[in-house]
Design a protein around this ligand. Structure first.
Ligand code: ADP
Ligand code: MG
Length: 683
């Protein structure tokens, strides 16, 4: 296979370079101006773009197109429409026009809508988001489909998707950031965009092994299983040599993604056995969120070809590192400035934005927590090298000093120190301004923030929507306050005051340290242990005000999101519980029973084992029955508070049922093993 990256990169994307070739000079120029100003395309321009897309699509062998969107299901949705059409004379033609490009209709009541749509109120629209490029995806049979990224709204304009709120939040953030930048003397800035680079972690499990585990197949998690013999520290998987077939897999993933215009940059083995990471180069947030979905789908598809199954769940294995999706992000101006880059000359601009971000997290840390709270991520956060459940920001001592010295010095000495390696032949290496803090949920890393709580399976859109909304709210207040006096002296005084009010969210220490929880409590930071405890806050007054004043989500949209969060949580827990029950009934109890029988028929050498298994059988049997009853009760009840109580009860019961089995697993002879164990899955 020819692997000259430049040649294949974006060969399946209808990007601006392609459009430029296929559109008239006038139409293309207009298209670009509208895009820079973030304005709607007029019908003339849209018609020209559609024509260009059609020519490009047919030339590249595509037979179908699809409006592609992200409903609140954590998965993408599509409807493939062929280019076939019959014209007025009855002739078969290949057709695609601005109407098919701009708007699609779909059944909105069949997607999560929090009850905002009744089954009979079905109309919903998919609307072309021209800021994210159209691309061709080929399936493994060689069929080519044109994917058109779209927003998905109901007939009454309610956002039913991940994209719409992000676009709204992004627009608002740009407006507020430009206001502040003008006050700070950056007169040329017209637009500010959030950039996002999402590191994607995942597990690759041999499909043979995957198929032997009912729990993995049903939930993507193992619900039973004692620790493997070899602890993960001993397998030195992190950055370890990449096995041949995995390397082949990674290469194929990169090739496919490059063609779709995705800047696949880095792949490596992660800490846990069978765990890997994929990193693209950062992109505009909206495009990066779309591309993250394509990345996950591609990893999943290509893995199958190599005999592997990709797991994106946050915590597939107990006592083994989970998977996250670290969201690295920053703010870029259209004039090429990275507002969170310590290297930028204007320290006041850096500090203003930095302090606004600190204030935003301090005021809305419950929203940050909520934005990545769901059943699977709850299993990850707070354990095995994942960020703790308490939200805090790592700001680095370097930045704290910078803020402190802001009024004394205009120009801060930013000379980087040299690393002392004590070998003369090694090249001199500069040290970064600040160290990294791997335990921090929200870490500043000298030119960007790294939001580390985000889970591996979730779309990045909602967490980034929240960040944009929070920040633009604070920036709008800063702009209101400063508009009558934006002298340097006044700005410094003002931001320092705000900083002192909100710096309690900063924690530069070890987040895994037990004492941090106590300190956080003293600072008044609430530790929301799980989704169920933080979901109510989505309808707190300050959060409603945040989303309504920034016009990102109205009350109805917030309610539908809250309903969807609860529903997903309930569904996930119930599916887990039912899977466990099935495994106990069909495999665990019958196998233990057989083993006990065999022990009776043997010469009585091992009374102790017999006792352990008789006791375990009874306990598993009883616990399983309790779990069955709780699930039945949950399904019968219509009272919301009772549902919450029962889900909590079910989670506790699942934990103890698991422990009963995990404790005896190592004593079971192979012949009586109900399923393969961690050693066989992971090593
Ligand atoms: P780490 O060392 O934290 O694992 P990686 O190199 O794996 O970092 O990933 C860092 C990610 O951050 C990449 O996607 C990279 O493109 C992205 N990134 C770098 N600079 C910026 C920036 N200014 N804005 C957003 N993302 C950025
Ligand atoms: Mg990384």
């Amino acid at each position: 296979m020819k692997t000259v990256i430049k040649e294949m990169f974006a060969s399946n994307v209808c990007n601006d370079a392609t459009l430029k070739k296929l559109m008239s000079k006038k139409a293309f120029k207009r298209y670009q101006t509208l895009k820079l100003n973030g304005e709607e395309l007029d019908i003339y321009t849209a018609r020209n773009v559609a024509k260009a897309i059609k020519t490009w699509a047919l030339k590249n062998g595509a037979t179908h197109y699809s409006h592609w969107f992200m409903p609140l299901t954590n998965k993408t949705a599509e409807k493939q429409v062929s280019f076939i059409e019959i014209d007025s004379k009855g002739h078969l033609i290949e057709d695609f026009n601005e109407k098919s490009l701009i708007k699609g209709e779909t059944d909105a009541s069949s997607f999560p809508n929090g009850g905002s749509r009744m089954t009979f109120e079905a109309r919903g629209y998919t609307i072309w988001d021209y800021t994210s490029p159209v691309f061709i995806k080929s399936d493994s049979f060689g069929n080519k489909v044109v994917y058109i990224p779209t927003a998905f709204l109901s007939y009454n304009g309610i956002a039913l998707d991940e994209k719409t709120p992000l676009l709204r939040a992004q627009e608002n953030l740009s407006t507020q950031a430009v206001r502040i930048l003008k006050m700070l003397g950056n007169k040329d800035v017209k637009k500010v965009t959030m950039s996002l680079g999402a590191e994607q972690e995942y597990f690759l499990i041999k499909t043979d092994a995957f198929n032997k585990r009912f729990d993995l197949k049903m939930t993507g998690n193992t619900l039973f299983g004692a620790n493997a013999i070899k602890p993960q520290e001993m397998c030195s998987h992190y950055f370890g040599m990449i096995q041949d077939d995995i390397s082949g897999f990674m290469n194929e993933v990169d090739n496919i993604l490059w063609k779709m215009g995705i800047t696949a940059k880095l792949q490596h083995n992660e800490v846990a056995p069978c765990q890997h990471e994929f990193v693209p180069i950062f992109n505009t947030v909206n495009i990066a969120c779309d591309q993250n979905q394509v990345i996950m789908e591609t990893i999943k598809n290509v893995a199958t070809k190599y005999g592997y199954t990709a797991l994106f769940n946050e915590k597939p294995f107990k006592n083994i590192n989970g998977s996250g999706k670290h969201a690295n992000w920053s703010l870029d101006t259209n004039t090429g400035l990275n507002l969170f880059d310590l290297k930028q000359k204007d320290k006041l601009t850096f500090c203003t934005f930095f302090i606004a971000m600190i204030e935003a997290i301090d005021r809305y840390y419950k929203l940050i927590r909520l934005s990545c709270s769901y059943r699977n991520n709850d299993l990850r956060l707070g354990g095995d090298e994942a960020p703790p459940t308490i939200v805090s920001v790592f700001a680095s001592d370097f930045v704290l000093k910078l803020i402190e010295e802001l009024d004394e010095k205009n120009d801060i000495n930013l000379k980087k120190a040299i690393l002392d390696v004590r070998v003369r032949s090694l090249p001199k290496t500069e040290k970064d301004f600040c160290d990294r803090n791997r335990t921090s949920p929200f870490a500043f890393t000298s030119n960007k923030f790294e939001f580390r709580m985000v889970g591996s399976s979730q779309p990045v859109s909602f967490p980034t929507t929240c960040i944009c909304s929070m920040l633009s709210k604070v920036l709008s207040e800063y702009a209101d306050e400063l508009q009558n006096n934006c002298s340097r002296e006044n700005i410094v005084k003002f931001i320092k005051y705000r900083f002192n009010q909100h710096k309690k969210i900063i924690f530069n220490g070890n987040g895994y340290d037990k004492s941090w929880a106590e300190t956080a409590q003293k600072r008044g930071l609430v530790d929301y242990k799980d989704g169920l405890s933080v979901y109510p806050t989505l309808l707190d007054e300050d959060i409603i005000d945040l989303f309504e004043s920034t016009k990102v989500l109205n009350l109805q949209e917030l309610k539908l999101r809250q309903t969807t969060l609860y529903k997903n949580y309930f569904d996930s827990v119930c599916i887990e519980a039912k899977t466990m029950i099935e495994m106990v009934n069909k495999k665990i109890l019958p196998n233990i029973n057989e083993y006990i029988k065999s022990l009776y028929s043997e010469i009585k050498l091992n009374d102790k084992i017999l006792k352990i298994f008789e006791k375990a059988y009874k306990e598993i049997y009883n616990n399983n029955n309790n779990l069955i009853k709780s699930v039945e009760n949950f399904e019968k009840t219509n009272t919301f508070d009772k549902k919450i109580d029962l889900i909590r009860k079910i989670m506790i019961e699942m934990k103890s049922l698991r422990k009963l089995y995990d404790d005896i697993e190592i004593y079971l002879p192979t012949k009586y093993m109900p399923f393969i164990n961690y050693n066989e899955i992971l090593f």
